[in-house]
Design a protein around this ligand. Structure first.
Ligand SMILES: [Zn+2]
Length: 237
């Protein structure tokens, strides 16, 4: 089964100094992609709504899709949010609590300058408009490389801080760079997340709710037909 969740990082043009450009989707292209989904009858869910539906029915809703964005960059507010609002599209942003309001390197790609993250005010405004905030761990450490105690701190404390800010349950998590371990899976479950996402691509059977695959939309998906090919499996025949 393929999980109908797509993910982005930055909705922006690449900075001139960035060596790794795959994580950038220019705003106009993002708008065309959202318009495509809207026009072709996709139904939008937050990541946790989609998982709740799967848990209740054993399958994903017909034509359902969840848009997710990793790292909580400020461009998600300046460039993605206006498009999502215009089309009435829900999304889930996986946020790093220690980076909120900071211009930080923690989630940065190699060779790239620091970049601003979402502020508390921006997060609260988006949350009031139906954008879900999930955890991307406290410090964006790679969970398979740190001790079990650190893993638990990264998972539990991130959830706690997001819930304190949003006054809403933080139900889902995305592993930094997609890396996880048995300890990380267990910590997510114990902390009370209903699901955790990797960056793995492609179908899995049976689905492991704490190692869910997602489909990445990359800068090289420049033409709409490339995007269309990636989201086609989520459309009911
Ligand atoms: Zn990340």
């Amino acid at each position: 089964m393929q999980v109908p969740v797509i993910f982005y990082h930055k909705i922006d043009r690449p900075a001139p100094d960035s060596l790794v450009r795959g994580g950038f989707t220019p705003p106009a292209r993002f708008a065309r992609q959202m318009a495509y989904l809207k026009k072709h009858g996709y139904v939008f869910y937050t990541a946790s709504e989609l998982i709740d539906h799967y848990r209740a029915h054993g399958e994903f809703p017909p034509n359902g899709i969840a848009i997710t964005l990793d790292d909580g960059w400020e461009d998600n507010y300046t460039n993605a949010f206006p498009v999502l609002k215009r089309f009435g599209i829900k999304a889930t942003i996986f946020t790093i609590p220690s980076c909120i309001g900071q211009t930080a390197y923690k989630a940065q790609a190699a060779g790239e300058g620091a970049r601003p993250h979402l502020t508390r005010e921006e997060i609260l405004e988006m949350s009031a408009h139906g954008i879900e905030f999930g955890s991307h761990t406290l410090n964006h450490k790679l969970l398979h490389e740190i001790s079990a105690d650190e893993v638990r701190e990264e998972v539990f404390e991130s959830k706690r801080q997001l819930e304190e800010l949003l006054q809403k349950p933080c139900k889902v998590l995305a592993y930094p760079a997609g890396f996880f371990s048995d300890t990380a899976r267990e910590a997510c479950r114990e902390a009370g997340h209903i699901a955790a996402f990797t960056t793995h691509y492609g179908p899995a059977d049976p689905l492991d709710l704490y190692a869910l695959n997602r489909t990445e939309i990359l800068r090289r998906d420049r033409f709409l037909f490339q995007f269309a090919r990636k989201v086609k499996p989520f459309l009911a025949a």
